[in-house]
Design a protein around this ligand. Structure first.
Ligand SMILES: Nc1ncnc2c1ncn2[C@@H]1O[C@H](COP(=O)(O)OP(=O)(O)OP(=O)(O)O)[C@@H](O)[C@H]1O
Length: 225
């Protein structure tokens, strides 16, 4: 479902360096993969390329057969909004919007009619255990709660692919464990394909498969029993 072939990325400029040198990787639909690796090996670069937020210098990234590297920027944006969800380390909730409005945002960006947005956002908040916080603002929530809102926002539009970049990086151990359990459960329930980038082996263990990104590409280093 996600198929990456010979992906290459070099940053130009004074700090320029070749980061991905012909990376190939297949992720079947519904799989949940964790990607680990030393700092600077290119994990965020890889996620940005898959998300279409940056452009590769060579190779292809196919999502259900559509090669993202051949789309225009506008087409990539449309595909990203329709078919991908994101969770970041720093939550990235919009402070001036309520929790409910934050969760409904991907629906608004996708052009979902207004009358459907509130109900879907409410159902999604219920699924992450925050049904009673729709009218709160992000600043009124704990870090763990904010990341649960981010999970709801990432999944509300039923994306095929979920990309999570260090989602437990700002959470204490208990909140991190709860958030990973929630993520795993939601990904399973929705049959979504997911990639979790993390430095934490414990976090990576929540995925079906664990890969290590290094100079030679992605290597499978662990698999759920
Ligand atoms: N915009 C950029 N311009 C130049 N170099 C960059 C740029 N973005 C990233 N790099 C370099 O590319 C390499 C890979 O960066 P990337 O952020 O993808 O690594 P990472 O594996 O996600 O690291 P970390 O685990 O520390 O988040 C690093 O050496 C980084 O300095």
């Amino acid at each position: 479902m996600l198929s990456i072939e010979n992906l290459q990325k070099t940053y130009t400029g004074p700090q320029g360096r070749s980061v991905l040198q012909g990376l190939s990787f297949q992720l079947p639909a519904g799989d949940y993969a964790a990607i680990m690796g030393e700092s600077g090996t290119g994990k965020s670069t890889l996620l940005n390329l898959i998300a279409g937020l940056d452009t590769a210098d060579g190779g292809s990234i196919r999502l259900d057969g559509t090669d993202l590297t051949r789309l225009s920027e506008a087409e990539r944006t449309r595909l990203r909004r329709a078919r991908m969800g994101f969770i970041f380390q720093a939550f990235h909730l919009l402070p001036h919007l309520t929790v409910g409005q934050n969760v409904a945002l991907p629906l608004a960006l996708n052009g979902t009619p207004k009358r459907h947005r509130e109900g879907r956002a409410a159902a999604m908040l219920d699924a992450v255990g925050l049904a009673d916080r729709a009218r709160s603002y992000p600043r009124e929530l704990s870090g763990g709660q904010m990341q649960r809102v981010a999970v709801a926002r990432a999944l509300v539009h039923e994306p095929q692919l979920l990309l999570a970049d260090e989602p437990t990086g700002n959470l204490d151990q208990d909140s991190a464990a709860q958030m990973l359990e929630l993520l795993r459960q939601q990904v399973r329930e929705r049959g979504c394909t997911a990639i979790l980038v993390t430095h934490s082996r414990q976090a990576a263990e929540s995925a079906d498969r664990i890969y290590q990104l290094g100079a030679t590409g992605l290597q499978l280093i662990g698999q759920a029993a």
